[in-house]
Design a protein around this ligand. Sequence first.
Ligand SMILES: *Cc1c(COP(=O)(O)O)cnc(C)c1O
Length: 496
Amino acid sequence: MPGSVAAGLTFTTPLIFERGAKGRTGVSLAKSEVPDVDPAALYGDLFRKEQPALAEVSEPEAVRHYVQLSQQNFAIDTGMYPLGSCTMKYNPKVNEWAARLPGFATLHPLTPDSMAQGALELMYRLEQGLAQVCGMDRVSLQPAAGAQGEYVGLQMIRAYHSAQGRSPKKVLIPETAHGTNPASCALNGFTAVPFPVDEHGIVLPDQLAPFVDDDVAAIMVTNPNTVGLFETHMATMAEMVHAKGGLVYGDGANLNAIMGRGRPGDFGIDVMQFNLHKTFTTPHGGGGPGCGPVGYKKILDPYAPVPVAERNDDGTYRLDYGSRPQSIGRVRSFHTNFGMAVRAYAYMREMGPEGLRMATDLAVLNANYLRVCLGETWKVAFDRTCMHEVVISDKHLKDTHVTTMDVAKRLMDYGYHPPTVYFPLVVKGAMLIEPTETETKQELDRFVDAMKSISDEAQREPETVTGAPHLTRLRRLDETRAARNPVLRYVAPKSA
Ligand SMILES: *Cc1c(COP(=O)(O)O)cnc(C)c1O
């Protein structure tokens, strides 16, 4: 039977277009009492001559199709998802309730300001809240992902330099940085210049100094960094770059480790992105959706994207397009990924300042708990207090030929999503583990037990690990072939 679990090693779930039958529909409506009119007479050329090629299925067929697909997926709602750098925390259901309120969910993006006051007020308040959390003057809600936030922040930096008749070319990036950082530089026409970190994974001012000159547009720093450690020399680094006329970009993807405890704006960062889908509990994974607002200091305000939700003197709200003639312009269609904004605002209000601080504290505590417990079996890459994530490696399994990739696959048999693997690049065979604050101690203990048994298996019966996963619907896929030879187009099966 198509789509059944017995289907074995091939992916046989049919597409929805392969289900159903010609002419079948999911709705049955009573015959209208309004007399038919000729649509062509009404719409002229706009009237569609051919039916769109939609799936022709009954309602149960459509529901079963999507529920079956969802059951093949792994989600934070099904289990712990310790994917480092991604902050896969639980997304409270009250956020979903808020985002589905009809006044928000059904609002057309072109609704006149006077009829969209609640949505504009929410955008304004979210901006205020985010600015307060990160110590920035303003926040643009527009970017639709962390990476787009980086891109927009760097565009603002470029506009800032050109307004002063300068065009510095270099952006300094520590060698541990997330791959999106150099990519955002390249897209903006900057040259990404990597510089080394010390053996503990931290940037030292002495190692940075030789790279700082007049051609530096900015330094791009993630703090806490991508190995889960706090950059202790952040303020000094910022001073060094500022002294040469450069600006400081903060990759805010790891805000979950400092929110409510430290503000990037207070340690010298001029512009940063939030990843609302990480820190502020908006669902992500599977490629979207996202929301990557950009917080910035006053000096960058003239270049911020437009429009911006502003408060009028009489307490009403408007979308302001006109008061920033040097703006880099609009960076996405409409105003923000609005459903994400509602969820993030709901989370912020539900937590309050104390709650956000507590989330940070527990995220850091959980990661350190794992660091110590896993450290009894596994090699911890940087054995010092970490922030929200910890890096371990497969070093102690060297003689078994079991690798990080095998361990990641085997974890699926134990019911866990694998951690981030082979990143950060500076650690050989790295596993970057981020438990987040939403896992209980019992769950963390179960995870530690699973990792201990995998380590035992690797030594006693390595084939069990190298042959994993055993319990998933599909086993090992040919990832290289998938990347080199992707099949991206649907080809309809020949009908019998
Ligand atoms: C997730 C992440 C990004 C990119 O964010 P997206 O929303 O996935 O585009 C950038 N930097 C770091 C450190 C991240 O963890």
